[in-house]
Structure formats: structure tokens, C-alpha cells
Design a protein around this ligand. Sequence first.
Ligand code: IYR
Length: 216
Amino acid sequence: MCQNVNWQLLPEEREFPDEDDDPDLLVPAIAEDTPQVPYQPPKRSDYELLQRSQEYYELMAKRRTVRSFSQETIPQEVLDNIIRTAGTAPSGAHTEPWTFVVVQDKETKEAIRYIVEEEEELNYTMRMSRQWVTDLKPFATKPVKPYLTDAPVLLLYCGLVALTSTPLNCSARLRDLLSRPATERLELLLPIGRPHEDCTVPDLQRKALDEIIVRA
Ligand code: IYR
């Protein structure tokens, strides 16, 4: 996901000149006279809420990050629905400040992998703290990332399996490669596809509710 961040920052944090100079040229992201319409989502009983929330939790609890992808393609409509769903996320003043860059061709995936692996080599050897490198040991991750060329889709921002990969220090180089404007910043690089049939994941346990909740 690339995010257009400039105008939401404090003036001193902005990378680009302030566009607020001429207030007459400023228009809100959505029309000022946008009408109100009734919002009537289905009314659900407590019982139904409980059932649905339990089912949703069970589905989410099965979700795993994988680093071994099948090269099998996924239907284009599935990808479109994933991105449509991501596009329903709320955004400040409904500015929808995102662009989902979809990469499916072999050469571009290879070019992305090249940049990411080069930067990750530096990250692992020089930029990452020793504590972080130690935390990563059970996952056996390394700078080499075959999933960046194996996965049928790279979405630079899910349903199927995905890997939320956050390669440090790659934003500017990937932005140039993908011809994205300097006002965008790479937030997430998501390889998307089916898990490889021999894929394994660490046998992780999640924290219990009373370990992640504080009642204030
Ligand atoms: N970006 C590095 C390090 C990394 C590994 C894991 I496991 C994370 O959950 C987050 C970052 C890499 O992908 O190898």
C-alpha cells in the first residue's frame, strides 16, 4: 500500500511544500454538500452477535503468515475483491489516501525481489538491532526471499494467505521502479497466493485474552 501522507503531517514534518498557501484553491476530498443518507445495517440479537463474533474469531485464529508460496495463479476477480475489501477501510475525512500497486509479471517481481534482497542484506547485517535479529531466529528468515517471485501477485498492500512484509528502507527504490509519485510511501508489500503444498509454519501460540486486555 502506498499512502499519500504529505498533507496530513504537521508543517515541519512535510517533505513537500505546503499547498495551503491559496485557500481558494482548496477543496474538500468529498463535496461539502454531500447529503446524509440513512444507515440501517441489519439489527442483530445478542445471540446472533455472539455466534458471528465467535465464528469470525475462529476464522481469524486460523490465519497464518507463510513464507512458502505456490506458483499457481489466483483468479483475477478474487484479487479484485481483496483490493475492493481493503478499499472499504475507513480513512480520515474519507480521503482514501491509498494506491494498491498490483504486480503480476515475472520481470517486475524479479526486479522487486532484487531490491528487497539487496536492502535486506544490509538490514540483517547492519541496520537491525541484535535483539530483533535474535527475535527472528525461530522463523529462520533471511535476506533471500523466494516468495517474492513465487507468489503469483505482489500487492504493494487479503482472504487467501498473505505475508505482511515490511522490508526496511526499500520504499524509495520500489517507488522509482514502479513509477509511483514521491508523495507516496510504501507501507506494506504483500505477496498473495496459495501456500506451497509443503508449507510449514512455526507452532505458535497466541497470548490469552487476559494477557492482551487491560480494563481501564
Ligand atoms: N523484514 C525482515 C525481517 C522480519 C522478519 C519477520 I519473522 C517479521 O515478522 C518482520 C520482519 C524479513 O522479512 O526477513
